[in-house]
Write a protein that binds this ligand. Structure first.
Ligand SMILES: [Zn+2]
Length: 267
């Protein structure tokens, strides 16, 4: 026979709340490697995006994006995205025992805090528009930085905004030291084999319709994105779940199909 207390709780507390409470009692199973805290669960991608894609009849499927966890997108504590968490996992191993001159383009606040926490890092951030960046720089012309002045460059979700992305990639290559590395990431769409880029001026609604965002200028295919990085002189390593294991990916809310592009400049 059920205890009177249990029966009473069941009558007055909605089932969904009970399930939630039970889950909470099981503890925080997830972990954000950016703020280094345990997390009950990650938050999904903002509904506002889905509303815009419906409104403007976005022609591609968001579920074909290579590195995007739609249902576990941001950390409730620090706001780091799933891709930020993937970078943190990689950088933890790379930055721990190295003196590194680090350049982050279009800095992510939580990630910048994380990168700066390594004692050997000398950090700069660059962006043309973000007031919090150290240097106001157009990445297609980073003349304020001498050749080979950084050991690591992180450029995430920037190139899809840049008309002359080949020039930006050549600049990143130029400022990197021989043997230096970088993380170069952009939204990569798996349903196409050539970059999707329309000619001529476009309105914001047209960009939402074709590219899924009002300030993007193309959608990269995987061969297109990798080809452009190679043309700029980079060697590319693709890092997948195979390296870190499903358990770590699940724990950190990283989608199993995620791919980290780590580039390097020849010695
Ligand atoms: Zn976090």
């Amino acid at each position: 026979m059920k205890s009177p207390t249990k029966a009473l709780i069941k009558r007055v507390v909605p089932g969904s709340l009970l399930r939630e409470a039970r889950l909470r009692l099981k503890g925080k199973k997830h972990y954000c490697p950016v703020c280094r805290k345990k997390v009950y669960r990650f938050q999904g991608l903002s509904e506002q995006y889905f509303e815009q894609w419906m409104k403007y009849r976005y022609i591609h499927s968001i579920f074909n994006s290579e590195t995007l966890n739609v249902t576990a997108y941001s950390c409730p504590g620090c706001g780091a995205s799933d891709r930020d968490r993937l970078y943190a996992i990689y950088l933890a191993g790379y930055l721990e025992h190295k003196e590194t001159r680090f350049l982050e383009i279009a800095p992510s606040k939580p990630l910048a805090r994380y990168i700066r926490s390594f004692p050997g890092v000398r950090y700069r951030s660059a962006d043309l528009l973000m007031p919090e960046a150290d240097d106001a720089v157009d990445i297609t012309n980073m003349s304020i930085y001498p050749d080979e002045s950084f050991d690591f460059v992180l450029c995430s979700h920037v190139l899809e905004h840049i008309e002359d992305d080949a020039k930006a990639l050549r600049e990143i290559h130029r400022v990197l030291s021989p043997g230096g590395r970088g993380i170069l990431m952009s939204p990569v769409y798996l349903g196409i084999d050539k970059d999707y880029e329309l000619k001529g001026p476009m309105t914001e609604p047209e960009r939402w319709h074709h590219y899924g965002q009002d300030d993007h200028v193309r959608i990269y295919s995987k061969p297109g994105f990798m080809g452009k990085m190679r043309s700029a002189g980079f060697q590319i390593e693709e890092i997948t779940m195979e390296k870190y294991g499903r358990q770590l990916f699940d724990r950190c809310g990283i989608h199993e199909g995620s791919v980290l592009y780590v580039v390097s400049k020849k010695q």
